[in-house]
Design a protein around this ligand. Structure first.
Ligand SMILES: [Ca+2]
Length: 472
């Protein structure tokens, strides 16, 4: 009799368990995967309030940071536009032969690699490329359901500036015009992204919606109200406005990118007045793009999509705004390698900062993990989801490169080695950020650091990637 009762109870329990499990499964099947709003900002350096800068007005980025995990130590893998983007979108390291320069195209350098948007598209996402995501508008075209580029002619608002642009290589380096935000390129971009959000709200598919802003890349053109946010008399040159003798000459360049613009001297350093005007223009552009990002984030909230949408914001590399008496990127000082990176995961992030070292190749595996997918074997980065969950990071170092220079970042140490195909260093640079955060005192040639340099060099060679050197 007792055995009979036990059998009945067990059967009832089993029936109840199966029903519950089935219900849970159905709910999981019905639930859409999280959307991703992917905001890329061209040439944005981490000189922002939530990084402790306190002089650029960016209320919308500040608010987003307050809801995100902010990476205080994020590094691009190469400080040049096209290559940095191709590397991030493939999760693969730049090497001596792959992802080299501004015009890099992902499939020319890495045929057949499954990019982040392609993987998402293959898994049911609607993917839209808006503005500057890759350097070239039609790159990785198969990965997108739609590609939109705001025309470059809207880099300038004033007819006289547009005329100069037509008749010169690059046009003027800055412009201040009393026009509405939407007259310039990024204002038009914001309106397009808002239109997409309204459309996607109606869809049953999850979305990977991108917003690739063109400023604060040169030319520094923005509506006058953003220039007026800053007093030009209070603009300061950076503390590191110097090129120390101890730094290898290979570490510097002549900022040829800037010199392509009109009224910039073709050689020699800039006058202090011009330097300050450039800094002013950069600040104005950051405030301008902040406002455009704000419009999109407000719409995300208005449409009640916030709770279902991961927001990630990144700049494609750092920028020298006079630091080391340099302008633009294309060097391996921290000012060109360190980038703004923040991610808002609904229900998980609440305005914390992390000091964990993160590389841009880590973005791909992190996003796919967050939406329950698996990264392909071609991805070399490591997911930073453990950091979001308050756990130990999967690695504690980064490797970045530009041309012959490769930088190994570990703890407070920034070690750069210049090598050719043979892998033998012909110049070295070592900075300890604990004592020298501005990177003005190169320790690499000092006798007392010989052993440290040897060990960092060994580790750099182990970690710069399997196919870094040509195979024999
Ligand atoms: Ca760029």
């Amino acid at each position: 009799m007792n055995r009979y009762i036990v059998c009945i109870i067990s059967l009832l329990f089993l029936l109840f368990y199966c029903k519950t499990t089935k219900k849970e499964l159905v709910e999981t099947e019905d639930k859409k995967q999280a959307n991703i709003l992917f905001i890329a900002v061209d040439d944005l350096r981490p000189e922002l309030n939530f990084y402790g800068a306190n002089h650029i007005q960016s209320p919308n980025l500040d608010k987003l940071a307050g809801e995100s995990l902010v990476f205080n130590r994020a590094y691009c893998n190469i400080p040049v536009c096209g290559a940095s983007r191709a590397s991030l979108m493939s999760g693969a390291r730049p090497t001596r032969k792959r992802f080299i320069d501004a015009k890099t195209k992902i499939h020319e350098d890495y045929p057949g690699v499954v990019s982040l948007p392609m993987l998402l598209k293959q898994n049911g996402y609607q993917t839209i490329s808006n503005g500057k995501i890759y350097h070239s508008g039609n790159d990785d075209a198969e990965a997108w359901n739609e590609i939109y580029k705001a025309p470059a002619k809207w880099n300038y608002a004033l007819p006289e500036s547009q005329d100069i642009r037509k008749n010169t290589k690059r046009g003027l380096p800055f412009e201040m015009a009393e026009v509405h935000d939407s007259v310039y390129r990024d204002g038009k971009l914001a309106l397009k992204v808002i239109k997409d959000l309204k459309k996607l709200k109606q869809s049953n598919q999850p979305f990977f919606l991108t917003m690739g802003l063109s400023r604060p890349h040169l030319p520094f053109t923005a509506p006058k109200k953003y220039w007026d946010m800053y007093d030009s008399n209070s603009i300061q040159l950076p503390e590191s406005y110097v090129q120390p003798e101890s730094t290898p000459k290979q570490a510097f360049h002549r900022y040829g990118e800037l010199r392509q613009y009109e009224n910039i001297p073709k050689k020699g350093h800039l006058s202090d007045d011009l330097a300050k005007e450039l800094i002013h223009g950069y600040y104005a552009c950051v405030s301008y793009i902040d406002a455009q990002i704000g419009l999109v984030l407000d719409e995300l909230k208005r449409l009640e999509l916030e709770e279902d949408t991961i927001v990630i914001l990144w700049g494609d590399h750092g920028w020298n705004l006079g630091d080391h008496k340099l302008w633009c990127k294309h060097v391996t000082f921290e000012t060109a390698l360190r980038t703004p990176l923040l991610i808002k995961v609904p229900g998980k992030t609440k305005g914390k900062k992390t000091e964990a070292i993160t590389e841009y190749i880590d973005v791909y595996p992190s996003l796919v993990e967050l939406v329950g997918l698996e990264a392909p074997d071609t991805v070399e980065g490591k997911s930073f989801v453990p950091i979001i969950n308050g756990e130990k990071p999967k690695k504690e170092w980064a490797v970045s490169k530009f041309k012959d220079a490769v930088t190994f970042i570990k703890g407070d140490l920034f070690y750069t080695e210049w090598t050719k195909d043979d892998g033998i260093a012909y110049a070295r640079m070592l900075f300890d950020h604990k004592t020298d955060p501005l990177e003005l005192d190169n320790l690499a040639e000092k006798l007392e650091f010989k052993e440290l340099v040897a060990s960092l060099s060994k580790e750099l060679h182990e970690k710069w990637g399997e196919d870094f050197l040509p195979k024999n």
